[in-house]
Design a binder for this molecule. Sequence first.
Ligand code: NAD
Length: 257
Amino acid sequence: MRLKDKVAVITGGASGIGRETALLFANEGASVVVADVSDEAGKDVAAEIGKTVGHGCFVHADVSKAADCESMISMAETAFGKLDILFNNAGIMDGADDDAVTTAEAIWDRTMAINLKGVFFGCKYGVPALRRNGGGVIINTASFVAVVGAATPQLAYTASKGGVLAMTRELATVHARENIRVNALCPGPLRTELLMNYLDTEEKRERRLVHVPMGRFGEAKEMAQAALYLASEESSYVTGTSFLVDGGLTSAYVTPE
Ligand code: NAD
């Protein structure tokens, strides 16, 4: 088992990447605090964890609220005694997020509050807990849109993920000598609820796939495997990286027919 006796907090743990990662980490021996605003789905994930070798619990946490982030970290320490792994993964993609002219200020603010400030709050309370533990790992979910521009605009989302990458590099640098590794996971387009709700017609989905050399959407399970690598000792010399798991999207100029 690659995460035996480790304790993880996973935000956005009720669905998609977070859910698959919670189950995979637990199968690898970790105790997992599933943090989300979606209570029913989050409790279901915690219950499913109960069927694995690991332990799980759910905590309602809106990552845009400082007090919620403080209590999700406390939950790890009170329920499981420590924090080893913080996966700042919760994020939204608002259907009304568009170009600079069209995007409403409220959409910009909400996207930043969850996708960017949420990572800051996770670290604000998570870093002291990792210090108390003598070190650990932070993984922040960014996106391929943080490194390439998309012609289908979602300006607030893109800006928020660029911020996550910049923050990840600085966190990695500042905390490197405290035995805290910080990396960004940059998924390509995935077949999760988040993107399928956004690309809500077959035509839109096909248009996105034109840019993926592998010609298919990624799976949340494939991101969970990447997160497992970043969380485990196997990546012991990896910090500050933007780990692209994108089917080749950001390497391609022209994709195969
Ligand atoms: P998802 O919608 O399946 O899961 C996101 C989870 O975050 C949900 O359970 C949701 O309830 C939770 N959440 C939303 N707002 C929250 C808040 N304020 N506080 C706590 N939890 C909140 O989506 P996913 O595809 O698994 O996305 C996970 C991460 O991956 C996000 O940061 C997303 O931006 C990123 N990402 C996704 C894709 C993709 O194609 N799906 C691509 C690149 C990056």
